[in-house]
Design a protein around this ligand. Sequence first.
Ligand SMILES: [Zn+2]
Ligand SMILES: [Zn+2]
Length: 337
Amino acid sequence: VDLGPPGPGEVRVAMEACGICHSDVLAIHGGIPEQPPLILGHETVGRIEATGPGVDLVVGQRVLLAWRNPCGTCRPCRRQGPAFCLRPVHADTAPVDADEAVLARAFGIGGMASHALVHVGQCVPVGDDLDPVPTSIVGCGVMTGYGSVVRTAAVETGDHVAVFGCGGVGTAAVVAASRAGAATVVAIDPDPDQRALAGRLGADLCLDPDDDVATTIRRATDGEGLDVAIEAAGHHDVLALAFRCLGVGGTVVQVGSPRPVDHLPIALPQLFLKRATITASIYGDTEPRVGVPELLDLYRSGELPLDEFVGGTIGLSEVPAWFAAPTSGRRTVVVPD
Ligand SMILES: [Zn+2]
Ligand SMILES: [Zn+2]
């Protein structure tokens, strides 16, 4: 693959670490906007190796790559804010393969490779003091889960919160809910290790989906039900369960990337009686240049123990074998061979 020389406002980055996100698995089945053939990877940390004209970052700078580089001019940018940008700015220079065919880059990054070529606005500077492996997962999963709680749902002191699905996204949501002062934090996941991790990081109650989740949550909240339910599994059955657990005025936030077949399985009388809100959160409704430094400060202070989110690393050459049998739960992070 030839990335080409960086054009105006573009940089070439040598990858140091790239987390494998749930969306990378969906991407193989056409579940993201960019279609194959494409270069996967969007949780990437690396060092700038070459810069095009008009770039204010220097060669050697460590950066985290983000897909959301707000254009600042589209209607959502102007009205809802940069986190809602419809036309994020990515590099114009496109990668080509040996036959000169243009390849797509997942989320405008394509970071699961030795190098990526991106727009400089996609680069968030990262300190040399940080380990690139745990830092990389802030680039999507952690920012997505954390932001869904503090920005999208705006969880407040005293809220009853449950997180359905505790992989990287959901575990970050548990930490966020706990730090926001939620009265009750419930974590639901089939993996006992993930439940144990959620318990260590602030969940008051950790449930297996096969438990009677709705009844247990109702009891744990004195019959009030949830103020906020975070759906971090990307499955309509999970959304239905999350909705059932809501109390009056509650909000369910769809955070996990849904599959193309997923639909909204909600009984309208329940929506009506609860006056519930059903919403979604992408990338934690966060602008990376604001959110990433905040999260990395929490990592440095020990409040967001990212090392515990990572299950292990694999070399780039091991990526095809990993995708033949993807795992969930703790993040696998790709590193150069
Ligand atoms: Zn925009
Ligand atoms: Zn992702």
